[in-house]
Design a protein around this ligand. Structure first.
Ligand code: F6R
Length: 242
């Protein structure tokens, strides 16, 4: 695991955007795995800046998002589909047909998940997967437990995850209790993984995934066995690790 320390969130976002921009510039058809949540918002802002100021070209980029709430329409302001349009897709020259997010309103969950995995495979897998991390060690919505799923699947969100995500909703009751998430196989098959973490509440989990044992109770710990992982952390977390 390569660890990069940024002095603050702004620098972390710039460094992450530079790595993604490099991937976009050097591949003819870059396949990006994307995350939502608060952590990558700054990165997407920087990517939009790079598009506007330096003509970073998204026309050949294809994207697969990690997850989507189950039961939310893509026009719902808290859906990950809406998030991606607002923070990135609407602000760059990406072809919307090349953006993929699980359909949270699917009536055939099994087919939706199978088709999502099959499409990722068909495209040759993900070149660069961007990840945030939950305080419980989840990546995507692969929550801690006795078993971890490999493929895209429907998951019951942990109470703590629902609580953490309630900050984006008017009340905790409105937070969906389920989500569709990419499984660990698609994430681990990505050629390169870029995990971002900042702030006080992520320091313990980052220390666990870097130094702790690989365990299903800390899903992100599996990243230790991937050969090309870069983690960008801020100074606050770095100081805790030392
Ligand atoms: C979001 C996702 C989640 C988040 C994680 C951290 O697509 O897959 O794993 O990355 O919950 O969220 P934030 O960045 O809001 O702390």
């Amino acid at each position: 695991m390569k660890i990069i320390v940024a002095k603050d969130y702004e620098e972390l976002s710039k460094k992450a955007a530079d790595i993604i921009a490099q991937e976009i510039k050097t591949k003819s058809n870059p396949i990006l795995g994307l995350a939502t949540g608060s952590t990558p918002i700054g990165t997407y802002k920087e990517l939009v800046n790079l598009h506007r100021e330096e003509d970073l070209d998204f026309s050949k980029v294809e994207t697969f998002n990690l997850d989507e709430y189950y039961g939310l329409d893509s026009t719902h302001e808290q859906s990950y589909s809406y998030f991606m349009k607002k923070n990135l897709f609407n602000n760059v020259n990406i072809n919307m047909n090349n953006t993929h997010i699980p359909n949270g309103l699917t009536e055939d969950i099994e087919k939706e998940c199978k088709d999502y995995d099959a499409l990722i495979e068909k495209k040759g897998g993900i070149d660069l997967q961007l990840l945030g991390i939950g305080v419980n060690g989840h990546i995507g919505f692969n929550e801690p437990g006795e078993e971890l799923s490999t493929g895209t699947h429907l998951v019951d969100l942990e109470t703590n995850t629902i609580k953490a995500n309630s900050r984006f909703f008017d009340s905790i009751e409105e937070v969906p209790k389920k989500a569709i998430t990419m499984g660990l196989a698609s994430i681990m098959k990505s050629k390169r993984i870029l995990l971002l973490a900042n702030g006080e509440n992520k320091k313990e989990i980052i220390s666990k995934i870097i130094d702790g044992k690989v365990s299903t109770n800390v899903p992100a710990s599996i990243l230790q066995v991937h050969s090309n992982v870069t983690i960008i952390i801020d100074k606050e977390i770095a100081e805790y690790l030392n």
